[in-house]
Design a protein around this ligand. Structure first.
Ligand code: CP
Ligand code: NVA
Length: 314
C-alpha cells in the first residue's frame, strides 16, 4: 500500500508526475470540465487540530472528482476511545482513503501501518507534505522550471520548512533557512530530510542571518512562530524569533522579482507585516487555492495509479 506521509514516500519521477497531473486537472477545472475520476470513492478526514484550507481543499477536491468526503473531529475520540489499529481497520473497510491531521507524527505512521487504504498526512508536528506539494506547484506556475532557483525560508524551521526542504532536494532548488540556533534544523535532521532522491542544483544553506538567507532569493517564505501544539512556548518563541519578521525592508534583499509565500494562517504583524502580505509580490491566495488543485492530482495518483482498485460505477 502506497501512502503519502512525507515527500520521501514518492520518488522524484512520481513527484513530477503528480505536479503534471495537478496542472492538467487544474486547467480542466478552469475550462469548466469536472471529470469524475474518483466516482464512488470516499475520503475520511480525521482532524486532531484546527484547519481551514486543508479541510476545504480536500472536501471540494473529492466533490469535484465525483467522490465524497467526511470530516471526523473529536467525536471519534482518537487515541482515547479505541486503539489506532481498530480505527484503521474499520475505516479501511468502508472508505477508500484517509487524510489525517494529527498532533503527533507517530500517530499517522501507526494509522498507515494498520490501514489497507492509502493514508495522507494532512499535517503533523514534523511534516506538511500536501502544503509543500501545493507550494512547488505554485512556484512552477510562476517560474516554470525550478532547478537552481532559490527558496528562502525565514523563521522557525518547522513542519512546513521540513517538507519544503524535501521538495527542494527532489526538484533541484537551492533552499536557505534563516533561523535562530534554537529553532534551526540540526545537521542530522537535514540529512534525514534530504533522503536519497536528490536532483542536481539542490543546495542547502543554514544561517542565523535573515538578510543573508534571503539574498538573491526567488521566493521568500515564512510561517507562524508558534505552530499548533506549541502554545506553551508562545512568549519565548515570539521573543527569540522577532528579528526574523518578513517586512518590506527584508524583501528588498531578495531578488527584485521575488515572490512572497506563506502557508497561512498568518499572524499579521508578527512573522510578516501587512505590507508584505498585501503586496504585489505576495502569492498567498494563489498558493492557498493551489492546495485544491495539487491535492486533486495527489488523490488521483494515489487512488487510480499508485494503488488501484476495480470499481464499477453505473
Ligand atoms: N495551510 C494549511 O494547512 O491551512 P489550514 O491549517 O487552515 O488547513
Ligand atoms: N506550522 C503551522 C502550519 C499551519 C498550516 C502549524 O503546524 O500550526
Amino acid at each position: 500500500m502506497r501512502h503519502f506521509i512525507t515527500l520521501n514516500d514518492v520518488r522524484t519521477v512520481e513527484f513530477r508526475h503528480i505536479l503534471e497531473l495537478s496542472a492538467s486537472i487544474k486547467a480542466e477545472t478552469q475550462r469548466g470540465e469536472l471529470v469524475r475520476r474518483l466516482s464512488g470513492r470516499m475520503l475520511a478526514m480525521i482532524f486532531e487540530k484546527q484547519s481551514l484550507r486543508t479541510r476545504v481543499s480536500f472536501e471540494t477536491g473529492m466533490f469535484q472528482l465525483g467522490g465524497g468526503s467526511m470530516h471526523l473531529g473529536s467525536e471519534i475520540g482518537f487515541g482515547k476511545r479505541e486503539s489506532v489499529k481498530d480505527i484503521a481497520e474499520v475505516l479501511s473497510s468502508m472508505v477508500d482513503a484517509i487524510m489525517f491531521r494529527s498532533k503527533n507524527h507517530e500517530s499517522v505512521v501507526e494509522l498507515a501501518k494498520y490501514s489497507s487504504v492509502p493514508v495522507i498526512n494532512g499535517l503533523t508536528d514534523k511534516a506538511h507534505p500536501c502544503q509543500a506539494l501545493a507550494d512547488v506547484f505554485t512556484m512552477q506556475e510562476v517560474f516554470g522550471d525550478l532547478r537552481g532557483l532559490k527558496l528562502a525560508w525565514v523563521g522557525d524551521a518547522n513542519n512546513v520548512a521540513a517538507s519544503l526542504l524535501r521538495a527542494s532536494a527532489k526538484l533541484g532548488m537551492r533552499f536557505s533557512v534563516a533561523a535562530p540556533a534554537k529553532f534551526q534544523f540540526k545537521t542530522d535532521e537535514v540529512k534525514e530530510l534530504i533522503g536519497e532522491d536528490v536532483t542536481d542544483g539542490f543546495e542547502i544553506e543554514l544561517t542565523d542571518d535573515p538578510v543573508k538567507g534571503v539574498k538573491d532569493a526567488n521566493a521568500v517564505y515564512t510561517d507562524v512562530w508558534v505552530s499548533m501544539g506549541q502554545e506553551a512556548e508562545e512568549e519565548e518563541r515570539k521573543k527569540i524569533l522577532s528579528p526574523y519578521q518578513v517586512n518590506s525592508s527584508l524583501m528588498k534583499s531578495a531578488n527584485k522579482s521575488a515572490i512572497f509565500l506563506h502557508c497561512l494562517p498568518a499572524r499579521r504583524g508578527l512573522e510578516v507585516t501587512d505590507e508584505v502580505m498585501d503586496s504585489g509580490q505576495s502569492k498567498i491566495v494563489l498558493q492557498a487555492e493551489n492546495r485544491l488543485h495539487a491535492q486533486k492530482g495527489l488523490l488521483v495518483w494515489l487512488l487510480n495509479e499508485a494503488n488501484t482498485k476495480k470499481i464499477l460505477v453505473t
